[in-house]
Every structure is written in C-alpha cells, then in structure tokens.
Design a protein around this ligand. Structure first.
Ligand code: N2P
Length: 383
C-alpha cells in the first residue's frame, strides 16, 4: 500500500545520493570494536538523513558508546526520499521525513514502526508544545520524535544584492520573485532548490494564495510567477549543492532551507574571503517545517534505531547537532548548551514574532501533488 501511495504522489525522483561526506568517512573509519556487553553491539544501523544535517561527532560517539556501527546515506529533497521509499525495502532503520507532507503520508500508510517509549526515556526531553504542533501529522505522536526544524527563505550575498537592488527592502520574497529584481540579480547568480514540495507553498503564499491550495487557478498563478523569473534563474539544483556554492559566492540569491543558509554564512566567514551571507525569512509568511526521526516498518534493526533516537534526544548531543548544522531543536534543556551566537540568532531560533509569520504545509491529495509536480517540471524546463 505504501508503495502505491508514494508512487502515486511522486514527483520526478532524483537519484539517491549514497556517498558519505568526508566527515562520515572519517567517523565510520573510527567504528569501535564491538563490545559484547552492550545490547546491539556489533550490529549495523542504517541511517538515511538529509545532507549536512548532523554533527559527525554525534555519529562517532554513538558508535563508541553502543558498539553499533552506523552506515549513513544522505538525500537532499523530499522527492528523493519518497522515491527511495516508494521502491520498497529501503533497508534503512532511521529516516528523517518532514512532518508535512512526507511523514504524515508514511504514518497514514502504516509504513512506520510505532516508537517504544520505554526504550526512549529521553523522549520527555522534547518540548510538549512543539510535539503538539506535529501531532496533526501523527495523532498521539506515536511514530516520530522531532529532530530539527526551520523555515524556507532566501540566502543572499549581502553586498551584491544591495548593489543590484539599492532601493529594495531585503525582507520579502519580492527580492527574488519580482521579475524586475530577478532580472537585476541574474548576473550575480540565482539558484532555486529543486523541490516542488518545498518551494511551491512559499510561492503560493507570496502570490497571496493559500499555500496549501489545490485550486487549479492558484497553482497556475504560482507557475506563472515562477516562469516569469525563469529566464533569470541560473540553477534549479539539489538543496545540498546550494550551500557550498552560496558560501563561495557563486550565487547571490538562493531559495532554500534556513539552516543551510546559516551554515553557508558560517563557512563563508571561516574562509574570510569577503563573502557575507544573510538570510531573509519572507515577511509575507515563511514555510515552517519539522523534520522527524522515524523508523520504517521494515527496518532491519529497530532496536538499534530506538537506541539512536534516544541518544539523539540527549540535550548534550542535540546541542552539538544544532551548533554544527544551525537548525533549532525541540529540546529546551539543550538550549543553554548551544553556543550563544547560534542560540541568539533569530534566523536559527526564530523569535515568537517571526514564528507568528510562518505557515505549515498540509498533506495534499495524490492528484494535487501530481499537478504541482507538472507545474514544477514546466518551471524547470522554462516553458
Ligand atoms: C539539510 C536540509 C534540511 C531540511 N541540509 C529540510 N527539511
């Protein structure tokens, strides 16, 4: 059933990325000798997570503490994750789908294992108010723990954008979506992450429509808006490829995930080559999303998966992850352990006022998803 449900709603799935980053190659090389005294020691945990989305130290520490070896693959769009899962028997023990639409769809399809809270004592570290927010995708919070959350917005190379658009306030999707602005930014490089699921809601909202609309006229309006800027867009690429290119100054505007922009900002500062990156959370309403730690129903090693979730929900581990990837977590006791500059950055931890200007996506019908995917393909093709 899952296979059919997902296949029916799939947008063009990209090839799955399975190459671990250098950091992981290193962490994996340090895999510990199995300790027979530890339950699960000597087994392998297969993790499928977003790219640039964990602290490599957390991976090596889990391996050292438990004797469980981690095999780690990455994806960088929900379309890719759904494509992998729809093929069936993914072989993964941990996946990290966004609460809407992918996680909700997996919950409904019976494709996830209920979490055994007795094995996850750190469950209670999560903020009940945030758990409540994701309960609409998972009544009773039975199938997922909150990993990290964030928004969708614009990464900008501040000096270039200021120079190209001296009179434009840098607080709205207008910077990219007004065709005249896009035209003026074309030379310094515009990139849009390749995901209908995670881009169309923001464009609909920018057009003053319901971001979750399934109305054909609304979708046409969003598509027209995208096509109007298409001649000025240099790249529609995987989100994972945007971060480095933004950090090195290859693009001056990128529509992507908040923490990816803040990571690019940190990398650019480290490189000290005069590239200053900023993040714009669109004032007309930014998409707020939550990524969930979940276990596929057919996971080969569910015990190790529960141990991993429990480990990640530790405040010290979570703080390390937030420090590294610049996305906020849902564990209040982790916050004091997060570096001050990260903790006080409103683009990482949005203020209540900023949260008030967000919206969340909801699940769409398979038919609506297909219509969105067709629109997206026309945007990609430029016609
Ligand atoms: C990490 C991107 C994360 C999140 N590179 C999108 N839900």
């Amino acid at each position: 059933m899952l296979r059919r449900m997902l296949a029916a709603t799939l947008c063009a799935a990209l090839a799955v990325t399975t190459l671990p980053s250098a950091a992981f190659a290193q962490a994996q090389a340090q895999a510990p000798a199995p300790n027979a005294a530890q339950p699960g020691a000597g087994t392998t945990l297969n993790v499928y997570n977003w790219s640039d989305y964990i602290d490599p130290y957390a991976v090596s520490r889990f391996q050292q503490e438990t004797g469980i070896r981690i095999r780690y693959d990455v994806y960088d769009s929900l379309e890719t994750l759904e494509g992998k899962l729809s093929a069936g028997r993914s072989g993964y023990d941990i996946i990290v789908p966004t609460s809407e639409p992918t996680f909700a769809r997996l919950v409904r399809a019976g494709a996830l294992l209920p979490l055994d809270r007795a094995r996850i004592p750190n469950w209670t570290n999560q903020d009940p108010a945030l758990l409540q927010r994701v309960a609409s995708s998972d009544p009773g919070n039975r199938f997922g723990a909150i990993y990290l959350y964030g928004t969708v917005g614009l990464g900008i190379r501040v000096d270039r954008v200021r120079a190209a658009l001296p009179d434009v306030p840098l607080d709205s999707l207008d910077v990219l979506m007004q065709p005249e602005n896009a035209r003026r930014l074309a030379r310094c490089g515009i990139a849009v992450m390749d995901s209908a699921i995670d881009v169309l809601p923001s464009v609909l909202r920018w057009r003053g429509r319901d971001p979750n609309s399934t109305d054909a006229a609304d979708l046409r309006a969003a598509e027209e808006a995208l096509l109007a800027i298409r001649p000025h867009v240099r790249a529609i690429i995987a989100s994972g490829n945007i971060m480095d290119a933004l950090a090195t100054g290859e693009y001056c505007v990128a529509l992507t995930y908040s923490g990816d922009v803040i990571q690019a900002q940190a990398r650019a500062r480290e490189a000290a080559r005069g590239v200053e990156i900023g993040y714009i959370q669109p004032k007309e309403g930014a998409q707020l999303w939550f990524d969930m730690l979940a276990i596929p129903a057919d996971a080969p090693n569910p015990e190790a998966a529960q141990a991993f979730i429990n480990f990640v929900l530790r405040p010290d581990v979570m703080a390390g992850i937030t420090n590294h990837v610049r996305y906020p977590n849902a564990i209040p006791t982790a916050t004091p352990l997060v570096n001050e500059a990260v903790r006080n950055d409103p683009n990482v931890y949005p203020t209540p006022e900023m949260l008030g200007r967000t919206f969340v996506a909801t699940q769409l019908s398979a038919q609506a998803e297909r219509a969105r995917s067709r629109s997206w393909n026309r945007f990609r093709a430029g016609r």
